[in-house]
Design a protein around this ligand. Sequence first.
Ligand code: ADP
Length: 179
Amino acid sequence: MAEEATLVIIKPDAIQRGLTGAVLSRFDPLRLDVIGVKAVRVSQELAESHYHHLREKPFFREIVDYLQGRLHGTNYVLAFVFWGENAIEGVRQVTGATHPEKAEPTSIRGSLGRMMTSGLMENVVHASSDRSEAEREIALWFKPHELLRPVSRGAAGLPAAPSAAQAGAQRAAGAKRSK
Ligand code: ADP
């Protein structure tokens, strides 16, 4: 099975409720590497791009506000890129279904998520749904130099290409060996 990258976001409700550690510890058994992590103040443009596929939905404005922290009195989220075998499906399973009441009760969303009276699904964490979304989302949230390894081709299930710096180091090592 191919190694791949996936994006996880600790959403504002989890930040507000002090659940960051509880959420992250759920991913530990997957034994994935964290290859990128940062705190992000989410601009309207970033939130709208992230939820681009839902722009026609009646709840679009609310989820943009949600991701920006406007509904929970916070002004940042925590973004992670996890890397490893079967990372996308493994992380989605631990995360659980979108609707907290339909999610597996032992999953993050099933145990910590809740419905708001407005009908918004307050579901604690975001996780990429498939490879093309993972690739799109990681490129949206992280610059290549913020990641410990390149992921764009890796996220598509292909061997990751070395970065320019790695390729240069490899060339230099090869040149030394041949001396
Ligand atoms: P997921 O986050 O599981 O990938 P989506 O991309 O479909 O799911 O939805 C993005 C977010 O929008 C969800 O995590 C949830 O917070 C919210 N959401 C999705 N569907 C609805 C809905 N029918 N009503 C209210 N909020 C929703």
